[in-house]
Design a protein around this ligand. Structure first.
Ligand code: SF4
Length: 353
């Protein structure tokens, strides 16, 4: 049964929900390797061998929301909070460019300290001073904020929906609405951003059917970037003590995301590396992923951006992370991306392989 569905996937036939559920249930090592090999082949055919780097700047860990799985949730009084000032953010961006990054990702909790005016100023300053693509990951905002930030020069926006099961979404997000989040993802597309989203694997109560729906939702939303990382239980949240997601299931979802969406940008996530620091990123890069997001946040803040516990790469300086990343890319026979890694959906010609 699973062998037949694998053959169907290898013949490049469309996979339906029931096919995806079967493939997500693969346990047998040979079949698993067949799935990863196919994802790797489809990655090479569609986005080539280059690995694109995004320098991640986590500029504030304040958040007005209370998502049940997240260490930054506003009710977590045990977390020390920080905000980076504008000059410090600009210095960090400058360092990222000097190291060789072509894209910076500005990420924070939903923090109203960074008003529209402040964010517009920041985006314009970065665009004036640097040749960098800018990705924003600052949560849900009014539509006109997204429009003005795009006009100011922001190129990409990341907003994960975490699960496509509306009931599960509701249970985990006491102050967000599933329908609104999906509407925002559509706005971002309409405005012209390259849009990134993603899900968590192994959320309490999540089923294989939910994961299959997530993969189909990626395709229906026509996303440019898709992040897939394991849920990692945080001790200072209402769902502390729940089972975390697994490396194997995360890799299966990465592989099937590549097989179904074909030409999207897919990062090997830090959450996966946290579960398997020695080679989790390499495993994802050999199962369909083509992007890495090394941290360029000043080291003094990194431990405080505690979305989940025991995050990797919190003590290494940006320079070390850059060189470590290069080594990992070379070790699997791949190349560093030369440009900013624009979404293949936005480029007219096929990528170099
Ligand atoms: S997941 Fe995002 S919005 Fe939710 S509490 Fe964490 S930082 Fe805030």
């Amino acid at each position: 049964m699973i062998g037949k569905i694998l053959s169907k996937a290898e013949q490049r036939s469309d996979l339906n929900k029931s096919d995806l559920v079967s493939l997500l249930s693969i346990e047998e090592p040979d079949q698993l390797q067949r799935l990863f090999d196919l994802a790797d082949l489809i990655r090479r055919e569609n986005v080539g061998d280059e690995i694109h780097l995004r320098g991640l700047v986590e500029f504030s860990n304040y958040c007005r929301k209370n998502c049940f799985y997240c260490g930054l949730r506003r009710s977590n009084c045990l977390l020390s909070r920080y905000r980076m000032e504008m000059d410090e953010i600009l210095d960090t961006v400058q360092l990222a460019e000097a190291l060789g990054y072509k894209t910076v990702v500005l990420q924070s909790g939903e923090d109203s300290y960074y008003t529209l005016e402040r964010m517009l100023w920041l985006v314009k300053q970065i665009k004036q001073r640097h040749k960098l693509a800018i990705t924003l990951s600052i949560g849900e905002l009014p539509r006109h904020y997204y429009e003005q930030l795009f006009e100011a020069g922001a190129d990409r926006y990341l907003l994960r929906f975490e699960t496509s099961n509306p009931e599960l979404y509701k249970r985990l997000h006491p102050d967000s609405r599933y329908e609104h989040r999906m509407a925002v993802l559509k706005w971002l597309k309409e405005i012209g951003y390259e849009v990134g989203s993603g899900v968590m694997i192994g959320l309490p109560g999540q089923t294989l059917e939910d994961l299959a729906d997530d993969i189909l939702a990626f395709k229906n939303l026509d996303l440019d970037m898709i992040g897939v990382g394991p849920y990692i239980a945080h001790p200072d949240t209402p769902i502390a003590g729940e089972q975390s997601g697994t490396v194997d299931m995360t890799l299966k979802v990465v592989a099937l995301t590549r097989i179904v969406t074909k030409d999207t940008n897919i990062p090997a996530t830090t959450a996966l590396a946290t579960l398997r620091p020695e080679d989790g990123r390499e495993m994802a890069l050999e199962a369909g992923a083509n992007v890495l997001m090394p941290n360029v946040t000043p080291v003094k803040y990194r431990a405080m951006y505690e979305l989940y516990p025991d995050k990797v790469c919190i003590d290494e300086g940006s320079n070390q992370c850059w060189h470590c990343t290069q080594r990992r890319i070379v070790s699997i026979g791949r190349q560093l991306g030369r440009g900013s890694g624009v979404s293949p959906h936005k480029t007219a010609s096929p990528p170099a392989s």
